[in-house]
Design a binder for this molecule. Structure first.
Ligand SMILES: C[S@@+](CC[C@H](N)C(=O)[O-])C[C@H]1O[C@@H](n2cnc3c(N)ncnc32)[C@H](O)[C@@H]1O
Length: 306
């Protein structure tokens, strides 16, 4: 078993990097990649999908991914991903105000999917009038869905089909949930390097905490909750692929030295059942002291911010 086994969702959709135009995905290439990683069950799943002229049917792929993310959204609710983000974001915004970093503060969620966390923050976050909430994703159907749900509830947030690192108005804070394990090795370095290059003040990237119980816990949860086969497959694999706190901190310290970096809830536990997510936290070095102060007791769960 290799940690670099891809998730199906990483293979079945592709975009032209500069324009984000959707690219055709040859079905046989996906099957060959899955077989190369010994992922026969995943290959059998994708083999059943429609593929006119050998190319995966984009509308079918969109529908599968949408169903998977709707199920993921239910899990996000159960795992209280909104509250989780808010707990580290509120002290961060207070830090920016106190240190007189000019606003408005643009919180940009990278790979927002259906925008659950951004919509939760808009509805319940109480983040202040100087804060803008923006969700970005390459996937246009996700963004239309997120936009529609936000409009139905009259929420003050925006969504864009965009590379989060190439917005015309750049981010003050980058956030993400369940995204960073999709980036491996050099692509993780590039992803983290973008934070510094973009001029952001801070980042908060939440992902599954890799523990010895995470794969089995994830399997139980996904078995109980997911009905879409891709969601079940990728959800379980994502717990296996989750980066260790050391990998994340080392990559961030290497690629964005202008940030003090720590991992919230990264500490090893004897019975790791309560802390199922960790967060890679980075703040510009000059903000470090003020952020630790604002975090109060939560600072104790941050490990070293260095
Ligand atoms: C696992 S999915 C989204 C999960 C979502 N955060 C949630 O909690 O439901 C990861 C998404 O990241 C998006 N993505 C990756 N890099 C991105 C970037 N630089 N800008 C915008 N979207 C990105 C992909 O299009 C994909 O839809």
């Amino acid at each position: 078993m290799t940690l670099d086994r891809p998730e199906i969702s990483d293979l079945v959709i592709a975009f032209e990097p500069a324009t984000l135009e959707r690219l055709p995905v040859p079905r046989d290439e996906v099957l060959a990649t899955l077989e190369r990683h010994g992922m026969s069950a995943a290959a059998r799943l994708v083999a059943r999908w429609p593929h006119p002229e050998g190319v995966l049917d984009a509308r079918f792929v969109d529908a599968v991914l949408l169903r998977a993310h709707l199920e993921l959204q239910r899990l996000s609710e159960e795992f209280r991903q909104g509250e989780r983000m808010r707990s580290l974001l509120v002290p961060l915004l207070d830090t920016l105000r106190r240190e007189r970093v000019p606003g408005p503060y643009r919180v940009v969620d990278v790979g927002c999917g259906l925008g659950y966390v951004i919509r939760w923050l808009a509805a319940h976050g109480g983040l202040g009038d100087d804060t803008r909430l923006i969700g970005c994703d390459y996937n246009a159907p996700f963004i239309s869905f997120a936009t529609r749900l936000a409009a139905e509830e009259g929420l003050r947030c925006e969504f864009a089909v965009a590379n989060a690192f190439q917005l015309s108005e750049p981010a003050t804070i980058f956030t993400s949930t369940g995204v960073i394990h999709h980036f491996r090795r050099e692509s993780l370095d590039r992803f983290l390097g973008e934070q510094g290059a973009s001029g952001a003040s801070a980042f908060l990237h939440f992902d599954t905490k890799p523990t010895y119980l995470a794969p089995i816990g994830s399997w139980i949860f996904h078995r109980a909750r997911m009905r879409e086969p891709l969601a079940l497959h990728d959800g379980v694999l994502s717990a296996v692929r989750a980066h260790s706190p050391d990998t994340l901190a080392a990559a961030a310290r290497r690629t964005c030295p202008e940030f003090a970096v720590g991992v919230h809830d990264g500490a090893r536990e004897l019975v790791p059942v309560l802390k199922v997510m960790l967060a890679l936290v980075g703040v510009r070095r000059e903000l470090r002291g003020a952020y630790l102060e604002r975090l109060g007791p939560l600072a104790g769960r941050l490990g070293e911010l260095a």
